[in-house]
Design a protein around this ligand. Structure first.
Ligand code: FAD
Length: 488
């Protein structure tokens, strides 16, 4: 594969914060920067706004993270994502010179307490698009505005185009990907350029005596370990994380490697399992260790015309991410309810625990399915094509409700993302927007022959699988699925 060595700027994290800086520590009211799915310091609009305000006013910045499982409800982060989060927060804290304050509990109460106790003048954060977050954040904003004098600002740090900006001429939303992306996104104003890195500000030490006498502290910051993000025993995370480098710097390095070594031939190569030719940026994008704007801008610097189709294909994958977020914004019920309401009548099979476990553990007797499920278990990741195959196996082979698979992926993926996961499961099940037609049923054997002809992927993850008696007969289950789908 051609080596096209394009230089991607890897943001420098090398402005070490010296503890002696805190001698200049101001006890003036701080500026709060709330980190969420934007665990980076470069091209981070909320962080930049906080730093710029600090530079102008001389105030110190209080960077915080809040784990708010109760508000997330059934979409509280899954086990694999928690492990990633642990490492991502650790890295972010290092970049912040150890000044990140971590809290656990109701975000609204914690922010209100901090803003009131220290009479914060500003609270900045970047928007997230999960329905529970949108609802919660609106309330938080209203409450802070009502009960404090802080200026509250939310910004866009994680989508190239805000969902409400990409609409048809008649004001309605797109429901078909190609039109959304080509006529909507690409015809809209181009995504903004990445923001230059701000200078590290002075940090506010929240242990300072509150300037005014306030209510007693209800919430105290906790240690990262207190969040209990890592599994206790067995420590499966150790093997899983041995293949990942977490953090902003690692994300940029990965982007650079992908552009230099993976982009040429991506359009075709992305389907071939042993080539390992995709960018693997999905967890970094989900946690915001890199922004899509930084990726978009780095791609724009690729000038080799031969790479046009590969570039276009990779950009359109980022477009799928935008589409999924637009769908979630339009249909907050996306993770739970089929977009095509006909599917409410679908006669799903009640999962048998033993059968479900075989799918989850990669013991179906279909080597490609088993390899994918084992890759997922071992690494928190699965190749996109194999995700489609194992999902089709669950939904159309076993005829289990797509939510069963969506939940398992949610728990196991390090890139688990409410919009991407829900939209993709609905796509495979045939009930989503612009979904795979009901008669498209992936044949795991044919898929393996085509995309893993030498069994390299299968041999890596599930070499024993061909010895397992297949749990279903593909042809018979296909007929049963077609009958069930046709009834709709
Ligand atoms: C059943 C199923 C569930 C999925 N669940 C998730 C999920 O929870 N989180 C997630 O990020 N992706 C999910 N995907 C989409 C896709 O499989 C992953 O984004 C991709 O495999 C990540 O690998 P990569 O970064 O190497 O992708 P690349 O090929 O390098 O693509 C670059 C980026 O584009 C985005 N992207 C690519 N394909 C899609 C897609 N179909 N939908 C939305 N965004 C896409 C991702 O952010 C990805 O990092 C799912 C797909 C299926 C079929």
């Amino acid at each position: 594969m051609a080596n096209i060595d394009v230089a991607v700027a890897i943001p420098s994290m090398s402005q070490p914060y010296s503890k002696s800086d805190s001698l200049n520590q101001s006890s003036a009211p701080p500026i709060i920067c709330w980190f969420r799915q934007d665990l980076r310091l470069n091209d981070q609009p909320a962080w930049r706004a906080a730093c710029e305000t600090s530079l102008r006013t001389g105030q110190a910045v209080l960077p915080i993270y809040i784990l708010d499982d109760a508000a997330a409800g059934e979409w509280a982060m899954g086990a694999a994502s928690r492990v990633w989060l642990y490492h991502a927060l650790k890295k972010l804290n290092e970049s912040l010179g150890g000044n990140l304050m971590v809290f656990c509990g109701a975000a609204g109460d914690i922010l209100l307490q901090l803003a009131q106790t220290y009479a914060a003048t500003h609270v900045f954060w970047n928007r997230c698009y999960e329905p529970w977050r949108i609802a919660r954040d609106e309330k938080i904003k209203e409450n802070l505005r009502f009960q404090t004098s802080a200026k509250i600002e939310s910004l866009n740090g994680s989508l190239l185009w805000e969902p409400w900006e990409v609409k048809k001429a008649d004001g309605s939303y797109y429901k078909v990907f190609t039109a959304f992306y080509r006529r909507g996104c690409l015809a809209a104003p181009a995504p903004r350029a990445p923001l230059p890195a701000p200078k590290l500000p002075m940090f506010f030490e929240a242990t300072h005596e509150p300037p005014i006498d306030q209510k007693p502290h209800t919430y105290a910051p906790v240690k990262l370990a207190d969040l209990q993000l890592l599994p206790r025993a067995p420590r499966w995370d150790l093997a899983m994380m041995s293949i990942w480098n977490v953090g902003e710097h690692a994300a940029h390095k990965k982007l650079q490697d992908f552009i230099n070594h993976g982009l040429a031939g991506y359009r075709e190569g992305r389907n071939f399992l042993a080539l390992d030719q995709t960018s693997k940026l999905s967890p970094h994008l989900h946690f915001g260790e890199i922004s899509p704007h930084q990726i978009w801008a780095a791609l724009a610097d690729v000038t080799d015309e031969k790479l046009g189709p590969d570039l276009d294909c990779y950009q359109s994958e980022l477009g799928w991410r935008e589409f999924a977020h637009s769908l979630l914004y339009q249909f907050p019920e996306l993770p739970a309810i089929p977009l095509n309401k006909k599917f409410m009548r679908m006669e799903w099979v009640e999962p048998e625990p033993e059968m479900l476990t075989r799918w989850q553990h990669g013991e179906t007797g279909y080597p490609l399915v088993d390899a994918g499920m084992r890759e997922l278990w071992a690494t928190g990741y699965m190749h996109n094509r194999v995700r489609m195959v194992v999902a089709s196996f669950l939904v159309k082979g076993l005829r289990y409700h797509w939510r069963v698979g969506e939940d398992w992926f949610w728990d196991c993926l390090v890139d688990a993302d409410l919009a991407n996961n829900a939209a993709s499961w609905q796509w495979v099940a045939g009930c989503g927007a612009d979904a795979a037609p009901y008669f498209r049923i992936f044949n795991p054997q044919l898929q393996a022959e085509k995309f893993d002809a030498k069994n390299a992927y299968i041999n890596r993850w599930a070499p024993q699988s061909h010895k397992i008696k297949p749990m279903i007969d593909h042809a018979a289950s296909r007929d049963a699925a077609l009958t069930a789908y046709k009834k709709l």
